[in-house]
Design a protein around this ligand. Structure first.
Ligand SMILES: Nc1ncnc2c1ncn2[C@@H]1O[C@H](COP(=O)(O)OP(=O)(O)OP(=O)(O)O)[C@@H](O)[C@H]1O
Ligand SMILES: [Mg+2]
Length: 382
């Protein structure tokens, strides 16, 4: 083979390679996921791939061979805003490089639609700003809420104390009814004695002594009630039995009036540690609730059973009634403040809420309620 023929063959081979390369290049840029636009130095658009058609919302035929009516940016990476035929704006990231197109030098711009990313970034920025603002005001909000809660707690305590006082005054009235009748009888008797001529110094002395005795008893009742409302400062070990007995003595008349029997099964030496007056208040609340349940349901033989025992290091006191139990649909709510189902008298719904607070917050114990056959059982562990 002559040298010329050899050279011709080589040239042909090179031309083939070049064509292949160009084809390859075409293929790559046609299928690229990024938009590709090639613009000659005369600013005429030479090539637009499918992805770029989508970005511009125009077909390649509409753009190719015509002057570029958009700014492509410089050769460094930059973000540009594209105004579309439908007046929408799109944010596009562009990168321009020098290239060769069909034998001429040209600029190749790759375009990436980052509108969605920008939108998300913007939303993220807004959310971050909101979050920062929230963080800044959070401490303040927490303080405000704590203050509000404290105020609410204070109000709750006042309301429940007022309710307890009202109930106690009712109990005092009950307790005093009998001695008042006794005194009034003594006085009437004194008058009659005088009229019928049986009056003597001894009779007067006996009557005075009897009346004083009754008055002394009435005065004791007042002292007991007053002591009950005294706040104890220190926790102390106390006899559960004594506190149970004293609590019952406060409401004895009202229990008797409602023919409610009380069975006590608490050993004399059973001790508990806490605030006896507050414990007594809890017992009275629970017994008062049982009394209301008996009244509402007209229980024929109302009975309250108070039992006490040790459970490891703890003392357990349970109060069980036979009033039929707490309806299943409210059993989870009875310890909520202001929750009441009272129909006969308006309840405040604070009794059990305060009782739970007293036992659990002040005495580190637990107060729970459950239904047992025939009634409800409240269990205090301290
Ligand atoms: N022994 C019980 N048997 C049946 N239901 C009860 C019993 N004890 C409490 N409940 C229910 O629990 C509710 C809440 O009791 P809580 O003592 O908190 O409020 P109240 O008795 O309704 O009102 P208040 O005690 O403030 O006068 C009652 O309304 C009642 O529905
Ligand atoms: Mg109550």
């Amino acid at each position: 083979m002559s040298d010329i023929t050899k050279l011709k063959k080589q040239l042909e081979q090179r031309n083939n390679d070049l064509r292949n390369c160009e084809e390859c290049f075409h293929n790559i840029i046609s299928r690229s996921a990024d938009g590709i636009v090639i613009v000659g130095h005369d600013e005429i658009v030479r090539f637009v791939n499918a992805a770029a058609e989508k970005i511009f919302c125009r077909s390649a035929e509409e753009m190719q061979g015509k002057p570029a009516d958009f700014f492509l940016g410089s050769d460094t990476k930059q973000e540009i805003a594209l105004c579309l035929p439908n007046n929408d704006t799109r944010v596009v990231e562009t990168c321009v490089v020098e290239t060769e197109w069909e034998g001429e030098s040209a600029r190749l711009a790759s375009l990436r639609d980052i509108t969605d990313r920008k939108r998300v970034e913007e939303q993220l920025r807004e959310k971050t700003a909101q979050l920062e603002e929230l963080n800044r005001t959070l401490a303040e909000k927490v303080r405000e809420e704590v203050d509000k809660n404290r105020e609410k707690d204070h109000l709750l305590i006042l309301q429940s104390r007022q309710a307890a006082m009202g109930e106690m005054i009712g109990n005092i009235a009950h307790q005093w009814r009998q001695p008042l009748t006794a005194i009034s009888l003594l006085i009437q008797d004194l008058g009659e004695c005088y009229v019928y001529g049986d009056f003597s110094k001894e009779y007067l002395d006996t009557t005075i002594s009897n009346a004083l005795h009754v008055i002394q008893h009435m005065s004791q009742t007042i002292d007991d009630f007053r002591n009950f409302f005294k706040r104890e400062k220190e926790k102390q070990a106390f006899s559960v039995r004594q506190v149970v007995d004293r609590s019952l003595s406060f409401i004895e008349s009202s229990l008797r009036f409602n023919t409610i029997a009380v069975e006590i099964d608490v050993d004399d030496d059973l001790l508990a540690f806490g605030y006896p007056n507050e414990f007594s208040q809890v017992l009275i609340n629970i017994i008062g609730n049982a009394k209301e349940a008996f009244r509402e349901r007209g229980t024929s033989e109302p009975l309250i059973r108070i039992q006490g025992c040790r459970d490891g290091k703890r003392t357990v006191v349970s109060i069980t009634d036979n009033a039929g139990g707490i309806p299943e649909d409210v059993v989870d709510r009875i310890f909520e403040p202001y929750f009441t189902t009272r129909k006969l008298e308006n309840g405040t719904g604070l009794g059990l809420y305060m009782s739970k607070n007293i036992i659990e917050k002040n005495m580190d114990g637990t107060l729970t309620a459950s239904n047992v056959p025939g009634g409800a059982c409240f269990r205090i562990t301290i």
